[in-house]
Design a protein around this ligand. Structure first.
Ligand code: GUN
Ligand code: FE
Length: 418
């Protein structure tokens, strides 16, 4: 079944670059992009068309770090630093996902909200509950979202009402992985919460499992000063935080590490050398006053960086708002430090929130031929001046102004979902 899309295409082919195609056509066959044209070839003239006229068509957004069971506490506890925020709000909220009915209701709402906001590919943390994690994966698949989901592992330094024994954690992880075989769009990712939450024994077991079963890994790294000091106490044999993951076999190509706010030159080099991706979560880092990650430096050094909303540390699900926060945070960093390091531009933040995330999942920039279409359509007519502005100017304005209702269509994994 063929379908044609028409509108103004905008995407980021490389960091800092913007490609636009005015009044262009995308041709899809069973959801897979088969061609991009500036004028529609005659042979497609009779095919059904989603004609978005003057609207902007962008690649859909990728969110490579968010906590699904924190969705009910969005915007709460924002005046607390990380470790207090975890104790006072987060663990309590996540513990409620022992109830499958509650999980079903929240995760259905979350999956729909992601689609409505144009996020179609994710890497997500669940809670430590196997059943709720499977419910989350079902709801994401149902909504059309693809990517990775992790049952969280945590067997130490956690409250009695929200923890697992080492043996229980291993057993539940295996039960979860077995049950994951039925999913197609959403795959499992091993998820030790962070070093303070996982015993050496559990970390090592997860590292062995990652290797044997060729599974990806995600966690948190160097987010907050008190957290880093705690890791140092817990692992006196490790000079730096990253080594606590490396010594367990969890530091490898494809590993996602959220935050990296305080990663120094040696830790950053370890990320680049091992092919670990830093997931920058600007909104979260500002909200719980963690700091501002050295994103420009990471990029210049050749480390892969993508963006995460980190809800509910981040209070914004909409990745356009996350991109704005990324830009603002980098400007604040420049203003408050040396006035030397260039801030991240709109095109660069857009690259990190689309192209870089897609690259993590093995997709080329833009609307790659031979892959299922991931796209959002933004109607910017309400802000005026459509005829006077270039597509690039309208795109920049849309990054700052577009809210959920302005996203008038979303294609996820080849299917129109909004
Ligand atoms: N470190 C360990 N757990 C968490 C979490 O849930 N959110 C954030 N931002 N950092 C963490
Ligand atoms: Fe997080």
């Amino acid at each position: 079944m063929r379908r044609v899309l028409h509108g103004n295409l905008v995407y980021a082919p490389a960091l800092g670059a913007l490609e636009t195609a005015e009044h262009a056509y995308l041709v899809t066959e069973n959801g897979i992009v088969t061609g991009q044209f500036s004028a529609l070839p005659e042979r497609f003239l009779d095919d059904p068309i989603d004609d978005f006229h003057d609207a902007l068509i962008l690649p859909a957004f990728t969110d490579l770090h968010l906590h699904a069971p924190q969705y009910p506490m969005l915007g709460m506890g924002m005046d607390l630093p990380l470790l207090d925020w975890l104790e006072r709000y987060t663990f309590r909220t996540e513990a409620r996902f022992a109830d499958p009915d509650y999980a079903r209701a929240v995760y259905r709402t979350l999956a729909n909200a992601l689609i409505r906001n144009g996020t179609t590919r994710v890497s997500m943390f669940s809670s430590l509950h196997t059943d709720a994690t499977l419910i989350l994966m079902e709801e994401l698949e149902r909504a059309g979202i693809s990517g990775l989901v992790g049952k969280v592992s945590m067997d130490r330094n956690s409250p009695a009402y929200y923890t697992e024994s080492t043996e229980e954690s291993k057993r539940e992880t295996l039960r979860w992985l077995k049950a994951c075989e039925r999913f197609t769009r959403v795959r499992p990712i091993l998820t030790p919460r962070f070093t303070p939450s996982c015993s050496d024994r559990l970390m090592r077991w997860l590292g062995d499992l990652a290797k044997e079963s060729d599974l990806p890994v995600q966690s948190h790294l160097s987010e907050n000063r008190s957290e880093i000091a705690w890791v140092k106490e817990l692992a006196p044999d490790c000079e730096r935080y990253w080594e606590t993951y490396a010594k367990a076999g969890l530091w490898k190509p494809g590993t996602l590490m959220a935050h990296c706010v305080y990663s120094d030159a040696i830790e950053r080099k370890a990320m680049r050398d091992y092919g670990v991706t830093a997931v920058h979560c600007a909104d979260s880092n500002i909200n719980i006053a963690s700091g501002i990650a050295p994103v420009r430096v990471l990029l210049e050094e050749g480390t892969m960086v993508a963006l995460g909303s980190d809800i509910a540390g981040g209070a914004q699900l909409n990745m356009l708002e996350v991109m704005q926060m990324t830009i603002r945070a980098s400007k604040i960093k420049r203003i408050e430090t040396d006035w030397q390091t260039p801030f991240l531009t709109v095109a660069e933040a857009f690259y990190l929130g689309t192209t870089a995330g897609a690259a993590y999942f093995g997709h080329a920039p833009g609307f790659p031929i031979g892959k299922r279409l991931h796209a959002v359509v933004i109607d910017d007519r309400a802000w005026g001046d459509i005829d006077r502005l270039t597509i690039a100017e309208r795109f920049e304005r849309a990054v700052y102004l577009a809210k959920e209702p302005d996203i008038i269509a979303v294609y996820a994994d080849g299917v129109r979902r909004k």
